[in-house]
Design a protein around this ligand. Structure first.
Ligand SMILES: Cc1ncc(C[n+]2csc(CCOP(=O)(O)OP(=O)(O)O)c2C)c(N)n1
Length: 360
């Protein structure tokens, strides 16, 4: 079992694809065909381009705010690849490549950050909970979902994400405890991108790794190179198989780096050095998969450039649809929590309407 061989208490981290794009652990390489790897690479590039364009739109005053996932594409994508359509994705808010792999449209993500809750209304076929901005609250929801699946004896698995900062929240510990006790079919993925806004990983916890936190709850934990698509696939595959076989949860710590700002309102140069960022750029998940595909003759520089161009056009087209979409109404703001409004909410809605019409 990978989580036994790569014991986080012994400081071991699962790595398969080096930063140079070479497979350094062939025996652990997941069974993947090159055509699929090329498709996954394209999904990562699509996510990267969408991220970069979203930052641009925000700087042009066309998007309210945005939380980029630049640098974290392999961590979320690799964790979704081993799941099936019937499985559930419970995201935090930085899982764009995984979101696309799950089949969720980019339109929804853009609508969400555009300030329109309609973005959370995903097609029925996409088994996914809405984005969670409250940190770690989604993990207890994920366990509740997994407990229900277990109770109904369904053959489904839940895969839930949080950030390194999320592990300092009470709900992280409650979720792991419940999942451990009830042996729920859930896989927790921590995207350790080294920062919770400006608070660095080392100021969050005295634990040497985040993966070792699993041990306290009696579940396996594994630290993985989160910029290595193949290592992420291998670790998650094992965790999903365990969950499906009724063997309970697993905690995966994906060690990665947030190359961009926390959100478009953040200035990371205040709390981290350019040298550190440059160092991580060399470990970029897209760059290393590109090197791998080029070495396998499944990609050329020209094709790569054409991909970026094609996705830029696609993203621009999608975003113009967002700009043409209807703005949410005031009624929408009140409509979706209760089946019918409570007297107090009815009063608030009346007051809000009066206020917007120029009254008091
Ligand atoms: C319960 C809660 N507390 C505080 C915040 C404010 N907040 C937004 S993002 C963030 C940091 C999250 O860091 P991490 O979990 O590491 O995820 P990352 O943003 O790095 O992906 C905080 C504290 C929040 N959204 N929810």
């Amino acid at each position: 079992m990978l989580s036994k061989t790569y014991d986080p208490l012994k400081g071991k981290k699962l790595e398969i694809l080096s930063a140079e794009g070479k497979v350094i652990k062939p025996s652990l390489m997941p069974k993947v065909d090159l055509a699929s790897v090329r498709k996954w690479y394209e999904t990562m590039v699509f996510a990267r381009v969408a991220d970069q364009k979203a930052i641009q739109y925000q700087r042009q005053g066309r998007m309210l705010t945005y939380a980029p996932s630049i640098g974290q594409e392999a961590a979320s994508l690799g964790a979704i690849i081993p799941t099936e359509e019937r499985d559930w994705l419970v995201p935090a808010f930085r899982e764009l490549a995984g979101w696309l792999q799950k089949g969720a449209p980019l339109e929804n993500l853009f609508l969400y950050w555009y300030g329109n809750e309609a973005g959370s209304l995903l097609p029925d076929s996409v088994r996914m909970l809405p984005i969670s901005v409250p940190i770690a609250s989604q993990l207890t929801h994920a366990v509740g979902l997994a407990m229900a699946i277990d109770y109904e004896e369904k053959d489904e698995v839940v895969i839930a994400f949080c950030g390194d900062g999320g592990t300092s929240q009470g709900e992280f510990h409650e979720a792991l405890n419940f999942a451990g006790v009830f042996e729920s079919p859930v896989v927790f993925v921590i995207q350790n991108n080294q920062f919770a806004i400006s608070v660095s990983r080392k100021d969050q916890t005295r634990s040497k790794t985040l993966a070792q936190k699993a041990i306290a709850y009696g579940i396996p934990g594994i630290q993985v190179d989160g910029n290595d698509l193949f290592a992420m696939i291998a670790a998650t595959q094992e965790a999903v198989e365990r969950a499906r076989a009724g063997e309970g949860p697993t905690l995966i710590e994906a060690v990665t780096y947030r190359l961009g700002p926390h959100t478009t309102s953040d200035d990371p140069s205040i709390y981290r050095s350019d040298e550190e960022v440059e160092e991580w750029k060399e470990k970029d998940p897209i760059l290393r998969l590109k090197r791998y595909l080029i070495s396998k003759k499944k990609l050329t520089e020209d094709e790569d450039q054409a991909l970026y161009k094609q996705f830029e056009e696609e993203v621009n087209t999608i975003f113009s649809r967002i700009e043409e979409s209807q703005s949410p109404t005031l009624d929408d703001v009140f409509s979706y929590t209760y089946a019918s409004l409570t007297p107090n909410l009815e009063k608030q809605l009346r007051n809000a309407k009066q206020f917007l019409e120029g009254g008091e």
